[in-house]
Ligand binder design. Structure first.
Ligand code: FE2
Length: 427
């Protein structure tokens, strides 16, 4: 028995198919599926994509914009200072409530898996408790992964190590770090060694805020790659941000990228944030601050685009739209060839699925019946339009809908309506 039948879907690879769902999984993907279905969606030729994934987020800080004040300089350092001012004022209920509100927005945008960092530099571990509660409450509609993140430094904060281990004991499942935030380069490297050892010993994944700075000599990713291969963690470690690579010497970067590929590191730049927080001390020209995405990709490294922040001490904008993050990424990375733009869609769907080790992700038979019907005909068109999510489906059930965006024109001799997706895409 088919629980849900999606007719006339266009897949990201261009195939025109129907999709049958049974018992929360995809039962069949083929042209013209027939049979009784309890429910039917006519996709009318629109794109049906697996759900969006955010590989890097801060859910403990989201929607706290303006608390207790706004970031006036716009810098990363003022953002961190501001978060430090806010932390003692947080309550668990308020953090849970803001996170749940953000997840409402995420679901409406077809964003159904999020990896969030949680600050463990607070003896109360209030945000850890809050996000563990959120993870439980949103389980029916969002897969939430939580990274223990020592925001104030694993060594620099006197209690960070103890609290990070406590957070892992409480059920946080990924080890984080911030080597460029330690007091010295040597401390940064030592923190990576110890954090990777903790992950290896406990069988956990690693996701490090690594070299989020304009300093071309911030080379902690080299140590991260080294520790990854030394401890046999290949494929289990993510280097997030990696902005210093933008400013590095080209020869050194060419060697480094080979080492990263050898270690099977994943990379997660966060274009919306990197382009606004980096380069702040530059006059002109101002650096972009995003890591070397085309070069990492060419070396076979799995790259995802993360959102990082929405309306918090670091970033006053955003609405949980991963197409916006991908669009900024392709612009900042000068990635406008058809192949590169098409790849940018993967950077917020299939690539983060690999980095997050998600089970059953995709639109093949046997995968989880999680997908999004977009008001676009191709992935590149979805990026161009920041396409509306007409239907968001989780485990075979529609959990969010947005009406088609169609403008009405009042012009003599011109069409009555305009739909961006009616402009036939060539790519
Ligand atoms: Fe971050």
């Amino acid at each position: 028995m088919i629980d849900l039948l999606v007719k006339n879907a266009t897949l990201p690879d261009g195939r025109k198919v129907d999709i049958a769902v049974a018992q929360g999984r995809i039962a069949e993907v083929a042209p013209a599926i027939t049979g009784e279905a309890a429910d039917t969606i006519d996709a009318r030729g629109y794109l049906v994509s697996p759900p969006f994934i955010d590989a890097h987020f801060h859910m403990d800080a989201t929607l706290s914009l303006g608390m207790p004040r706004l970031n006036q300089s716009g810098t990363l350092l003022e953002g961190i200072a501001l978060w430090g001012e806010l932390k003692p004022l947080l309550t668990q209920e308020a953090v849970v409530e803001r996170a749940l509100r953000y997840c409402d927005l995420a679901v409406a945008q077809g964003l159904l898996a999020i990896r969030t960092h949680v600050d463990v530099c607070d003896d109360r571990l209030l945000c850890v408790e809050a996000l563990l509660e959120v993870r439980k409450r949103i389980k029916p509609y969002i897969d939430l992964q939580i990274v223990a993140f020592p925001q104030d430094g694993f060594y620099r904060d006197p209690n960070a190590k103890k609290n990070l281990l406590r957070a892992l004991d409480m059920g946080v499942e990924i080890v984080g770090g911030i080597p460029h935030g330690e007091r010295t380069m040597a401390d940064g490297a030592a923190s990576l060694k110890e954090l990777c050892e903790i992950a290896a010993k406990r069988g956990l994944l690693v996701d490090i805020h690594c070299d989020e700075t304009d300093d071309p000599l911030s080379r902690h990713v080299e140590t991260l790659a080294y520790e990854t291969q030394r401890l046999g963690l290949q494929g289990r470690v993510v280097g997030s941000h990696l902005t210093s690579m933008h400013s590095m010497d080209n020869y050194y970067a060419s060697k480094l990228i080979g080492l990263m590929a050898e270690a099977g590191l994943h990379a997660t730049p966060n274009p919306l944030i990197n382009i606004t927080l980096q380069g702040r001390n530059d006059t002109y020209p101002k650096r972009r601050g995003m890591t070397r995405v085309p070069e990492l990709r060419a070396a076979g490294i799995n790259v995802s685009f993360g959102h990082d922040c929405v309306m918090d001490p670091w970033y006053p904008l955003g609405q949980g739209d991963m197409l916006e993050a991908a669009s900024m990424g392709l612009h900042v990375g000068l990635m406008t060839s058809p192949d590169q733009m098409r790849w940018a869609f993967d950077a917020v769907t299939v690539n983060p699925a690999k980095a997050l080790h998600l089970e059953g992700y995709g639109l093949a038979k046997g995968c989880k019946a999680d997908f999004v019907v977009l008001q676009a005909k191709t992935p590149v068109e979805a990026l161009r339009l920041k396409a509306n999510r007409l239907k968001v489906v989780k485990a075979g059930k529609v959990i969010a809908e947005t009406p088609e965006r169609v403008g009405t024109l009042h012009l003599d001799g011109r069409p009555k309506t305009v739909n961006g997706a009616d402009y036939a895409p060539r790519i």
